[in-house]
Design a protein around this ligand. Structure first.
Ligand code: FAD
Length: 533
């Protein structure tokens, strides 16, 4: 419920050329090709909510916890020949999970749809008892960051410890990083209660402003693509590909699996508004109010379906509701669905569940750029959705799996059907033909809310930070958040953000220690210990 409020940065993408045509404000291809959109169109774009509060986007995410697949990280560290997943990544996940820093639980509540869906996937030959921590092929119920019926995030973890070395300023917007001799970070300029203030850094500055906020801050500070910085009148201190490599998980398929409206899975709007549901929550910290949306989650490798260890290319999430559930009052607006698509398509659906294929490793890449050097202006976010045809083809494989799911006996027994209503923009095509689905995918293109990559980590010229999280060509300046992911992980990305933060803490402390630290005699015998700095 925080999305779209003052606690949300309320980012929106620029109009998309290759997809998302069913979103509000998306415009005709003619206007797009003439580049007149920004002047004449009631601009319509993909909405990208991001948390403008302590704890960030995890304060309103869906709480699913998935580590990703080991091959995801091999890709990240491809320029580091000594990389070993079990030594360099897994221990950080285990640390998070065992110390309670990232509190994991099973779903406190599932509707009756979950069991039907799992049975349907089982009847299609998928492994349905899969351990849901790693993103190997198979289906199950996800782990979530919920403690006693409540959200548990890095913010809650921070507050649960007494940390004398943490000083937190809320209601504060960072404006720029301060550099000495154009390369050494020595502080941050920020604005608080209308006053511009400077904080000096003794050891260094770590940016964790997220996939949009971190590149924006770097660019405002003169670190970015030189030609772009020149175009917005910012003097370039370092010419780096900041804001490139933007990528996001794309999903589709809302309200595609329909039922007779008498069917009740026990989690509809009437259940949510029922005072007994509230009572159940306050009495037992469970029940429908603890739902995270996704009740069944699975991974599939469409090119190599028989190999259980293969890196998946599709995720499938089952939510027991369609976006028609609230009759267009809220969900539709959150997602920014256009009037034409709403009134001619979703509005006519009586009852549906969401079986959503998610494209895990899109090839399309986009950018984040400044519109001007005014900090209050939203940056120009262009994920360039579906600009590579291969992405549409993989999602099409996902649609084929949804079709099989609808046809599976447990679903047929419930009366499941594919939604064959004419979709605005694709009415001229025969329903269920290949051209229809390709058209469908380019209209029903939704963010799965996992943008990453705009301050890419690596060792090549396309990287903004090195494997030590330090901004290349600078001293004492680091970035640690989803922006440094070189590529997307196989699954929801927050667990990987947390894991990486654990790792970055070790790497950065070790670096600082090597420069300035000292150990007491006992500490030097401990592995990986950073002593006093
Ligand atoms: C609706 C939704 C559902 C999601 N569901 C899931 C899920 O179920 N599971 C999952 O794994 N992932 C999920 N995600 C994704 C996940 O939550 C994010 O990828 C993750 O939280 C990103 O973490 P981050 O630290 O990179 O950035 P953020 O969490 O966005 O943190 C950035 C912080 O920096 C602050 N900031 C930015 N600019 C400035 C500035 N100039 N000055 C001061 N502060 C600034 C922001 O206010 C924010 O607090 C979801 C995302 C959304 C939007």
């Amino acid at each position: 419920m925080l999305q779209g409020t003052a606690y949300d940065w309320k980012y929106t993408t620029v109009p998309q050329k290759w997809g998302a045509y069913g979103l509000a404000g998306n415009v005709s291809q003619l206007l797009l090709s003439l580049n007149y959109c920004d002047y004449f169109c009631n601009v319509k774009r993909s909405k990208w909510p991001m948390g403008k509060l302590v704890g960030g986007t995890a304060q309103f995410n869906n709480l699913m916890y998935l580590r990703g697949h080991p091959d995801d990280f091999k890709e990240w560290y491809k320029d580091l020949p000594s990389f070993d997943y079990k030594r360099d990544i897994l221990p950080y996940y285990k640390k998070l999970e065992s110390t309670g820093d990232s509190f994991l639980s099973r779903l406190p509540f599932t509707s009756s749809a979950a069991e039907y869906a799992l049975n349907a996937f089982k009847s299609l030959g998928y492994n349905v008892n899969k351990n849901q921590l790693d993103s190997f092929v198979g289906f199950g119920s996800p782990y979530v960051n919920i403690k006693n019926g409540k959200r548990w995030t890095s913010f809650h973890q921070l507050l649960s410890h007494d940390r004398p070395n943490v000083f937190l300023l809320s209601h504060t917007t960072a404006l720029e990083v301060l550099f000495r001799s154009n390369y050494e970070a020595y502080g941050v300029k920020y604005i608080r209660s209308g006053e511009t203030v400077v904080s000096l850094a003794r050891h260094g500055v770590i940016l964790s402003a997220g996939v949009i906020g971190s590149p924006k801050l770097l660019m405002m500070s003169g670190v970015g693509v030189k030609s772009h910085l020149q175009s917005v009148n910012i003097e370039t201190k370092l010419d780096l590909p900041v804001g490139d490599n933007l990528q996001d998980h794309i999903t589709t398929g809302f309200s595609l699996v329909t039922f007779n409206d008498t069917l009740d899975f026990g989690v509809g709007i009437s259940t949510m508004l029922n005072p007994l549901t509230a009572l159940e929550y306050f009495r037992t910290q469970s029940g429908p109010w603890t739902t995270v949306g996704c009740e069944v989650n699975g991974f599939i490798n469409t090119k190599n379906p028989k190999n259980p260890l293969a890196q998946p290319d599709l995720q499938l999430m089952m939510l027991p509701l369609g976006i028609e559930e609230d009759s267009g009052l809220y969900l539709r607006k959150l997602m920014g669905i256009s009037d034409a698509t709403w009134y001619n398509y979703f509005h006519h659906v009586n009852k549906s569940i969401a079986v959503l294929p998610v494209l895990l490793h899109p090839k399309s890449r986009g950018t984040v750029r400044l519109e001007s050097k005014n900090i209050d202006k939203q940056p120009l976010i262009d994920p360039n959705y579906l600009s590579v045809e291969d992405d549409v083809e993989t999602l099409y494989e996902g649609i084929q799996i949804v079709k099989k799911f609808v046809d599976a006996e447990p679903m047929r027994n419930l009366g499941a059907e594919l939604n064959a209503l004419p979709l605005p923009g694709c009415e001229h095509l025969t329903f269920d033909s290949e051209p229809y689905w390709f058209c469908y995918l380019r209209h029903m293109t939704y963010t799965a809310y996992h943008p990453v990559g705009t301050c890419k980590m690596g060792a090549d010229d396309a990287s903004v930070v090195g494997y030590d999280f330090k901004v290349r060509g600078t001293n004492r300046l680091y970035v640690v958040d989803a922006s440094v992911f070189p590529t997307l992980t196989s699954g929801n990305v927050n667990a990987a953000v947390l894991m990486m933060a654990e790792k970055a803490a070790d790497v950065i402390l070790e670096q600082l220690f090597l420069k300035t630290g000292f150990c007491c005699i006992l500490e030097i015998f401990k592995m990986k210990t950073v002593c006093e700095i």
